[in-house]
Design a binder for this molecule. Structure first.
Ligand SMILES: NC(=O)c1ccc[n+]([C@@H]2O[C@H](COP(=O)([O-])OP(=O)(O)OC[C@H]3O[C@@H](n4cnc5c(N)ncnc54)[C@H](O)[C@@H]3O)[C@@H](O)[C@H]2O)c1
Length: 453
């Protein structure tokens, strides 16, 4: 195996949500890293030691690794001073759900041209998510024609997508459960594995294979994880309707079966964010392209899209009119990202249904102001949102919501409704509010509607 001791210089093209943390992680483990981005602001931020994107732990890691990080807008100079290049640029979804590789191809073409004036072996690692067939097809072709080199001999190519979640990117990179490597040849794979041996604090499973298997494996992992989420929410929806049922109890039992496992198996809202929904759309599109159907993935997404409507129909039963508070608008805690967020969908659909909607998010509130375009009032504090609401929905499980003072929930006309989608409020809240859980049966018939009207 190529010894990692010899490898010291790495470049990373794309300083976004994935690329910037990758720079910091590599530098923190002793590599000399040069980051490349076409946006000068991101480059100047990195050069000045500032995090180009918001991600917990990123600034800290950058500050600790300052002397080993440089940044540029020029791919050519980065290639000249590195031996391995990670490509982490966007692969946006097209109207048919497939990922566009236009950006990756254009970066790989530039890398290839730069390699013409460089002596020695170079490894190109595609970390962006691409469609099956892309790495061994157009990406490999462009690398060979632009560099004049043969992939597998004097230039190596790997597909190495990350399994990270925004908000825990650094930890996910330092302690991955497994590392997926699609490789052009053993030399390329060995070199990439040597990088992981140096950056990982744990000893992850390393799965090495050809390009197309790695491309399908990446999409299949996300398809299965989202399948577990939608399965839980399907059981939860049934439990809502059966007297005595509680999805938490049911799914806890189901998760004890080692063939299933308990992770991602609890009743809550659906998934969102920049990866899961679009990865499933791409998976379904890939299946159609090869003449079959990804029914499992399509059902998973259909169930997911129904979850905001499920909450809204519950609100309609509990509170025919009034002020609804929504806590949490980012698609998950510890991120500002609101893409495909279920909290955001609930807030805007409730406003469209005629409710006065007030909302709060610890980090995503500024972005939401523009997205919600005055339909929803953004509050400055969680406590103010809880205090003014007739009914409160906890849509994103930000830990800070557990610490809202209980006093602001007290009402003189009987307990207020709180739909705690993630079952996160401390038990003593049940003494003051009417706590409602998704997937736990409760009678919401005419008597209740009369009381809350
Ligand atoms: N964000 C995630 O949670 C996540 C998780 C797994 C996989 N991915 C995949 O990783 C890839 C990157 O995602 P991201 O979230 O980091 O994207 P991002 O949009 O946050 O960042 C991409 C960066 O690439 C830069 N860029 C674009 N074209 C460039 C070019 N020609 N030269 C230099 N820089 C260029 C952009 O300016 C931007 O800074 C995508 O394929 C995505 O699907 C992302």
């Amino acid at each position: 195996m190529e010894g990692y001791r010899e490898l010291t210089q790495i470049s990373v093209v794309g300083l976004g949500k994935l690329g910037a943390p990758l720079v910091a992680v590599l530098a923190s483990k002793g590599f000399e890293v040069v980051g490349v981005d076409r946006v000068p602001l991101r480059v100047s931020a990195l050069r000045a030691g500032r995090a180009p994107v918001m991600e917990p732990g990123l600034q800290d890691l950058l500050t600790r690794s300052l002397g080993r990080i440089d940044a540029t807008t020029e791919i050519k100079s980065a290639i000249a001073t590195s031996e391995v290049t990670f490509v982490v640029v966007p692969t946006p979804s097209g109207s048919d759900g497939t990922f566009s590789t236009a950006c990756v191809i254009s970066v790989v073409r530039e890398i290839g041209s730069a390699l013409r004036s460089k002596v020695g072996y170079h490894l190109v690692v595609i970390a962006s998510t691409v469609m099956p067939g892309s790495t061994g097809g157009p990406i490999c072709q462009v690398l060979e024609t632009s560099s004049g080199r043969h992939v597998g001999s004097d230039v190596g190519l790997c597909y190495n997508p990350g399994f990270i979640a925004l908000g825990s990117v650094i930890n996910d990179m330092l302690r991955p459960e497994f590392v997926l490597v699609g490789e052009s040849d053993a030399r390329a794979g060995n070199l990439l594995v040597s990088v992981y041996e140096r950056i990982c604090d744990n000893s992850p499973h390393i799965q090495r294979m050809n390009f197309v298997n790695a491309e399908i494996a990446k999409m299949s992992v996300n398809a299965f994880v989202t399948g577990k989420i939608s399965f839980s929410n399907m059981v939860s929806d049934i439990c809502d309707r059966l007297p005595g049922a509680d999805a938490n109890t049911v799914l806890k039992a189901v998760g004890c079966d080692a063939r299933i496992g308990d992770k991602y198996l609890s009743p809550a809202l659906g998934y969102g964010g920049p990866c899961f929904p679009r990865d499933n759309a791409a998976f379904a599109s890939m299946a159609r392209r090869v003449g079959t159907q990804a029914d499992f993935v399509e059902a998973t997404d259909a169930i997911n899209k129904r979850q905001p409507a499920r909450v809204i129909s519950l609100v309609r039963k509990l509170l025919p009119r009034g002020t609804v508070g929504v806590l949490g608008l980012s698609y998950k805690p510890a991120t500002t990202v609101i893409e495909e967020s279920q909290g955001l969908a609930i807030a805007s659909q409730l406003a469209a249904a005629g409710y006065r909607v007030i909302a709060y998010d610890p980090q995503a509130s500024d972005t939401d102001k523009s997205v919600l375009r005055g339909k929803v009032e953004i509050m400055a504090q969680a406590a103010a949102c809880a205090e003014m609401a007739d009914l409160l929905i906890i849509a994103t499980p930000w830990p800070a919501f557990k610490h809202i003072p209980l006093e602001v929930f007290r009402r003189s006309n009987g307990p207020m409704f709180v739909i705690d989608c993630w079952r996160m409020l401390p038990a003593n809240f049940a003494d003051v509010v009417d706590l409602i859980y998704l997937g736990k049966y409760r009678h919401t018939g005419p008597k209740l509607r009369q009381r809350s009207a």
